[in-house]
Design a protein around this ligand. Structure first.
Ligand code: F6P
Length: 583
């Protein structure tokens, strides 16, 4: 950074600190209307009550709470259809939940939800409505944005996608040599990759179309390794980019285009490409027929776009009917979110548990552990959904936050994680709330017993995190195994599990398209609920811009076309080392 921009930055930080102080005095009392600052005075007072209750009464001892209240599970779980969310293993009691629900009311979660669902431009920094819910609304619904009912537009694109997907699946739409398409490569990144990649893997038992591959990274290794396994004659490339300007996607798309042209000639491009974008004017360079270009709208955020034409690879894999069922699952969660009372509303309560852990208990991260190998990419998907939405440092009005915003989200499927980072979850010095998810039934009836072993592991981990094992229990156990007293004294401390570590468990019957749609929508709405309480805009992502700009500025330095004096000493030094190694 130049000396000038450093100085400008410092001035902004000084201003931020001033604003921060002002905010704490309460002189920036919250403004009603659709603009507001974080934690309204009433929300702040409720959070303070939650914190002081926790400080005065101490942290609830969970095993004890279960011993005292045989109805605890009944009290602290929500079931809707075959989906159950158990939060009884979080250190909350009825009064905590009442206060948290009051937090939601005071943050006007219901009013904000209704504003979102009805098409109000709640994404104020980009002046856009937020209508991913319209993408899964039935065709007879009416949702108006900027004076237009968007539902018919959505269904028009869905129908065009279905026609194209069916054509590819049935072989009536084929490659330039007349051979059927056996492989589809989706080129996209972020929301134009993670959603379809995660869901396509999750829906493996329903695949009855061509094989689907995903290329996202600008690292040439990604596209090179993918294309090396494929034949151009039988490959369809989908270029997926909301803006159709993202450098990674455009670079990979050009590489794929060269690959097709080298093998089949320029005239083959039209038969081997399709494009998905909101910027239909920019798709021109690929010279595609309109039946191969699928649009969506600026009111669909990238990380909320799996339900739009961005879902095309998934539709090609599982077929339009199963894709409809995926949308129906999300719509079922939308209806629940819109109608269920706050205290029985799954996304609201999951969001409030998130607020409890992040704002009241001040735990910095949350782990997402699906005991479902096909959900292997779900933690990465939620990383974008949650951290790009709620990783913000100012309120919707641009005032610095004086409470934490979204946590660090991470995870891996169980049981693999058990043999990697669970050590820290059980005995590390940080408490990490865990969100487990598990199906009652797998898709392999012949491996049903193996599935029960998976379930046993999932339930055992949440139980072990909560119950722990005391020094006395550990010592007794060692004594029973005839461990010498001296060894017990030395070794027992290493074997103690403190316990009382919180978790939420989600269970569903089976990972069907409907169940997956519902699960994703649950998390979308949870992120929304938390954002309303933080008082931030969950629907922009300015934080990704600076690095992109700097990469563009560094490219000429690495190519030797610029001396790099505008860059700092470390970056200049690293660029010089790379140039030396490459020469
Ligand atoms: O990383 C920022 C981001 O804008 C994401 O929000 C988005 O999902 C991704 O880049 C890809 O953008 P596009 O679909 O426009 O290529």
């Amino acid at each position: 950074m130049s000396a000038r921009s450093c100085a400008a930055n410092c001035a902004i930080q000084r201003r931020s600190k001033r604003l921060h102080r002002l905010d704490l005095t309460g002189t920036n009392a919250h403004r009603w209307g659709h603009r507001r600052i974080a934690l309204t005075p009433s929300t702040r007072s409720l959070i303070d009550q939650l914190k002081s209750r926790r400080a005065v009464h101490g942290v609830i001892d969970l095993p004890d709470a279960f011993a005292q209240d045989p109805e605890r599970f009944e009290r602290f779980h929500i079931a809707d259809d075959d989906l159950t969310m158990d939060y009884s293993k979080c250190a909350v009691d009825a009064e905590t939940i009442d206060l948290l629900v009051s937090v939601a009311r005071s943050a006007k979660v219901e009013e904000r939800r209704d504003a979102m669902l009805s098409g109000t431009a709640i994404n104020t920094t980009e002046d856009r409505a937020v209508l991913h819910t319209a993408l899964r609304a039935p065709s007879d619904a009416t949702i108006v944005s900027a004076g237009t009912n968007v539902v018919p537009l959505v269904h028009e694109v869905l129908e065009a996608m279905a026609t194209f997907a069916q054509g590819v699946r049935e072989g009536t739409i084929c490659g330039s040599t007349g051979q059927p398409i056996t492989d589809v490569v989706n080129i996209g990144i972020g929301g134009s990759d993670l959603g379809p990649a995660m869901a396509t893997q999750a829906m493996a038992p329903y695949h009855d179309g061509p094989r689907i591959h995903f290329v996202s990274n600008v690292d040439g290794a990604h596209i090179a390794d993918t294309l090396a396994r494929l034949a151009p004659e039988t490959t369809l490339i989908i270029v997926a980019s909301k803006t159709f300007t993202t450098i990674e996607t455009m670079t990979n798309a050009r590489t794929a285009r060269r690959w097709i042209v080298a093998a089949l000639g320029e005239e083959a491009v039209g038969a081997h490409f399709a494009a998905v974008s909101t910027a239909l004017d920019k798709v021109g360079e690929f010279g595609l027929g309109e039946e191969r270009v699928f649009g969506f709208w600026d009111w669909v955020g990238g990380r909320y776009s799996i339900w739009s034409a961005i879902g095309l690879p998934l539709m090609i894999a599982i077929g339009p009917e199963q894709f409809k069922s995926f949308l129906a699952g999300a719509h079922a969660m939308d209806r629940h979110f819109a109608a269920a009372p706050l205290e029985r509303n799954m996304p609201v309560v999951l969001g409030l548990i998130g607020i409890w852990h992040r704002v009241v208990c001040e735990y910095p991260s949350r782990a997402i552990i699906p005991y479902d190998q096909r959900l292997a990419r779900f933690p990465a998907y939620l990383q974008q959904l949650d951290m790009e939405s709620n990783g913000k440092r100012v309120t919707i009005d641009g005032e610095p936050l004086d409470t934490p915003s979204g946590p660090i989200v991470w995870g891996e499927p169980g049981t693999n994680g058990q043999h990697a980072f669970f050590q820290l979850l059980h005995q590390g010095t940080d408490i990490v709330p865990v969100e487990f998810m598990i199906a009652a039934r797998g898709h392999e009836p012949e491996l049903s017993d193996q599935h029960l072993l998976l379930v046993a592991n999932c339930l055992a981990q949440s139980e072990a995190l909560m119950c722990g094992r005391s020094f006395a229990e550990t010592s007794n156990q060692m004594a029973m195994k005839k461990t010498p007293a001296e060894a017990i004294e030395t070794l027992a401390p290493h074997r103690v599990f403190p316990g009382n570590r919180p978790s939420v468990t989600l269970i569903y019957d089976q990972l069907t398209p409907f169940a997956l749609g519902r699960l994703i929508a649950l998390y979308e709405h949870r992120v929304f609920v938390e954002a309303q309480i933080f008082g931030i805009n969950a629907f922009d992502q300015w934080g990704v811009e600076l690095g992109k700009e700097m990469a563009t500025q560094l490219l000429p330095v690495l190519r030797g076309d610029s001396d790099g004096t505008a860059h700092d000493g470390s970056t200049r030094g690293l660029a010089a080392r790379i140039s030396t190694l490459r020469s």
